[in-house]
Write a protein that binds this ligand. Structure first.
Ligand SMILES: Cc1ncc(COP(=O)(O)O)c(C=O)c1O
Length: 389
């Protein structure tokens, strides 16, 4: 929604440095949508007292102070407590929590600090499903297909550890991947003897073409390749891979193979996530893994894995989830009652105030798709709005 680096914006007044210079009409359109969203949040926040009634008053939401007047870019900037001493270009690294996110974190933190046991019991059975449903509205797919993690790295580690492979099956990765993919795969290989092979999809980013990337991928896939692991946007070069075309090539190969020999296409998507208006379930990949504490300004220590149904079927959980799977263990539910994403979300008691804040309360309550409406309000590349799903 707000901060991106247009061709014209990173000059002049430092205080305004990162605001996209839209036309007045575009600005008004975006801000009006934003304002509606914040007003919605404020109204619903007032109703939130009942939601936390078992935990005393501290966790009750206060009326939102996040409403922004149309065109008030300074107020928008002020949602982020970033120092003005630097030009902040670190969205690719770690988010500053904008006010709506820190308000939500504070609300949950107060609830947990006042009465940890009751507050947790009030929420734990339902809130992961609500966050996953909100994530699906934002990123596509279905809530049940989304696992909640703490980071891209955790998601990659879980996916590459949990894939069911037969002896001799090969994982094909690229020379362009980030440390987190490299080490997740290397660890898998060390633990299980899985075979990993690396190919280069391009030599010189300046002369890159979609055809050459797809052709190199096709050449790289062997009869024993069962997994292709890639990174959507490369942190080293900024190259964004043509995932759809690559998925189509893999699909063509898969159509000639028996089901058990087909290739799964797995993507570290963190640097495209929130930058592109993309339904990730339509990219053609089988797993899309991202952190939500970079480009979409989510709570630090949050991330997602979206998996197609066939991908999840070929995976096992690595860390026990504290979701409905706990109920299965207690004999109260059957495995088919547990959404696969919940089953694959690592459990244990952790920083719930962050995970639970990875959604807007108004979305959770009104079930509206306000995120997409606000995010992609016009044709410009809009990085994100100050919040998450
Ligand atoms: C391509 C890529 N993948 C993964 C990561 C790690 O992300 P996270 O902090 O969400 O684990 C980074 C950078 O930090 C990255 O550039």
């Amino acid at each position: 929604m707000v901060y991106t680096f247009s061709n014209r914006s990173v000059t002049g007044d430092r205080k305004e440095y990162a605001i996209v210079r839209f036309s007045q009409e575009q600005q008004n359109k975006t801000i009006n949508m934003l304002r509606r969203e914040f007003l919605g949040a404020a109204g619903l926040a007032l109703g939130a007292t009942a939601y936390v009634s078992g935990s005393g008053n501290a966790a009750a939401a206060t009326p939102s102070s996040n409403a922004i007047e149309a065109g008030d870019w300074a107020a928008l900037r002020n949602l982020f407590p970033l120092t003005r001493d630097y030009i902040q270009l670190s969205t690719f690294l770690l988010a500053s929590h904008p006010k709506p996110v820190s308000d939500e974190i504070d609300r949950h933190r107060r609830g947990l600090d006042e009465n940890p046991s009751d507050y947790w019991h009030e929420h734990f059975q339902t809130i992961d499903g609500e966050v996953s449903a909100a994530a699906a509205r934002y990123m596509g797919g279905q809530g049940r297909q989304i696992a909640l993690t703490d980071s891209t790295t955790m998601g990659l580690g879980l996916v590459y550890s949990g894939l069911k492979l037969r002896p001799g099956d090969e994982i094909l990765q690229t020379t362009h991947d980030h440390y987190s993919t490299d080490l997740s795969l290397a660890n898998r290989a060390e633990r299980t003897g899985a075979k990993i092979r690396r190919i280069s999809l391009y030599e010189d980013p300046a002369t890159i073409s979609e055809d050459s990337i797809v052709s190199n991928l096709r050449k790289g896939i062997s009869d024993s390749t069962r997994v292709v692991a890639v990174t959507w946007v490369h942190s080293s070069t900024g190259v964004k891979l043509p995932l759809r075309a690559m998925a189509d090539a893999i699909g063509e190969i898969n159509r000639k193979r028996a089901e058990e020999d087909q290739v799964l296409f797995c993507v570290d998507g963190v640097h495209g996530f929130g930058v592109e208006d993309q339904d990730v379930s339509k990219l053609g990949c089988d797993f899309f893994i991202a952190g939500t504490h970079k480009w979409i300004f989510g709570p630090r220590g949050t991330g997602v894995i979206w998996g197609s149904d066939r991908a999840w079927q070929q995976s096992v959980a690595v860390i026990p989830s504290f979701s409905a799977s706990y109920g299965v263990w207690l004999g109260q539910e059957t495995p088919d009652q547990v959404p696969v994403g919940e089953h694959m979300s690592p459990g244990g008691f952790h920083s719930f105030e962050h995970r639970w804040s990875a959604q807007y309360p108004n979305q959770r309550r009104a079930g509206k798709d306000v995120a997409r409406e606000t995010l992609y309000a016009d044709e410009q590349r809009i990085v994100s709005r100050p919040g998450v799903f």
